[in-house]
Design a protein around this ligand. Structure first.
Ligand code: ADP
Ligand code: MG
Length: 380
């Protein structure tokens, strides 16, 4: 089964490399954090290089599964490094009337919110990207006076296939429409003009805090909803013919991918469980479709999230998906599923995962190391 997978992924890569609409896929491994891990199992995944990682093969402890991605961010990677290598280069496009999207994908607890939002001390992709937008606008305005720019934001959530305005919490499910130029629009969605980063901060923080507070009470909801921040940059010519261009940047903290576990690779058993998140499931089909270049219809219309993102994902848009994973054993199957989705290639390597990391010169011969015992006993 795994070999089949490797072949499929290799084929996909060959086809995908010719296309321009690929979604870049980065993987970020968060640090090991399980303090209650009394068994001392250690991590089940480790980085090998800037594009490669290794996962324990649960079926056979003498093998590891080696995956390759566009980018791999190891556990030491800082917020700044993630922004610089995966996000910064797409920002200038939205000042030129193009669209872009950045998503954090992965199981609940693997670091999506840390990556997108971060904290005061370690700001994530969202504050860095918005700062960058204002910085670029300022430089552009200084260098010429033919064009003027205006920046604005919307902030919404998709929960149970309902589109909810987070800047106007009392509003109802909003419709998604397409205009004559194939732009996706949401009539009734609050759009707030922004004059600076601190202006953004003023509007965004209360809305996102609302969501976080609500989510601790309603844990289910926060891991099942998609939080979508839209930054819109409108560029207007001051002189005739007064041309106008609009660029959109979507910054998305996705629902937890663990909801998809039972769908497996084929993901056909959608109707079996109402718990499966339709939008997340469709997003993975859309990304797979864009990256494998199998032709055919990209199923944007099958869910609210993908319909909303249709003009900003694939086509001429610039898209990055940051797949977040956690190293603890309890995430093993969610990690396995997320990596199979994110990987450009995968191969089985005939090398025990753990022994190599732990074989310290001080290990007395004949005494099994703690990790070897684990490796022997960890097959579920
Ligand atoms: P998710 O949003 O995917 O459910 P979180 O972003 O809330 O996950 O992360 C879970 C926990 O792990 C949080 O306490 C978070 O601060 C921490 N965390 C996640 N990624 C990192 C990282 N790269 N470095 C340090 N702590 C992290
Ligand atoms: Mg989160």
């Amino acid at each position: 089964e795994t070999i089949e997978m490797a072949q499929r992924v290799a084929l996909n890569d060959a086809a995908g490399s010719k296309r321009t609409a690929r979604v870049r896929v980065a993987v970020r491994l968060r640090p090991y954090m399980d303090k209650q891990d009394e068994k001392g199992e250690g991590p089940c995944v480790r980085g090998l290089g800037p594009q490669t990682l290794d996962l324990v093969n649960w079926r056979n402890a003498t093998e590891t599964l080696q995956y390759q991605f566009d980018v791999f961010h190891g556990e030491q990677t800082t917020q700044q490094e993630v922004f610089l290598s995966s996000v910064k280069s797409i920002i200038p496009h939205i000042l030129n009337g193009q669209n872009a999207s950045v998503f954090a994908y992965g199981p609940t607890g693997a670091g999506k919110t840390h990556t997108m939002l971060g904290s005061q001390e370690q700001p994530g992709v969202i504050p860095r990207a918005v700062r960058e937008v204002f910085q670029l606008v300022r430089t552009q305005v200084k260098d010429q006076d033919e064009w003027e720019f205006s920046v604005g934001m919307s902030y919404l959530e998709i929960y149970n296939e309902k589109v909810l305005d987070l800047l106007s919490p009392s509003s109802q499910d909003l419709p998604i429409r397409e205009d004559k130029d194939k732009n996706i629009i949401i009539p009734g969605l609050t759009h707030t003009s922004l004059s600076s980063f601190s202006d953004f901060h003023t509007h965004f923080v209360p809305a996102s805090l609302n969501r976080t507070t609500a989510s601790t009470k309603l844990n289910q909801r926060s891991s099942r909803s998609h939080a979508i921040l839209l930054i819109k940059v409108v560029k207007c010519q001051r002189v005739p013919p007064h041309r106008q261009q609009t660029g959109k940047l979507y910054l998305v903290d996705l629902a937890g991918s663990e909801d998809n576990r039972r769908t497996g690779n084929q993901g056909i058993r959608l109707k079996e469980s109402g718990a499966i998140n339709l939008s997340l499931f469709t997003l993975s089909k859309v990304v797979d479709c864009l990256n494998t270049g199998t032709g055919g219809r990209v199923p944007y219309r099958d869910s609210k999230l993908t319909r909303l993102l249709q003009d900003s994902l694939g086509g001429s848009a610039h898209s990055v998906m940051i797949t977040n994973i956690a190293p603890e054993y309890k995430y093993y199957f969610d990690t396995f599923t997320a990596l199979n989705f994110a990987a450009k290639s995968k191969q089985i390597v005939n090398k025990p995962f753990v022994r190599e990391t732990v074989m310290a010169p001080t290990n007395a011969a004949g005494k099994r190391s703690r990790e070897e015992q684990e490796a022997g006993g960890s097959g579920e």
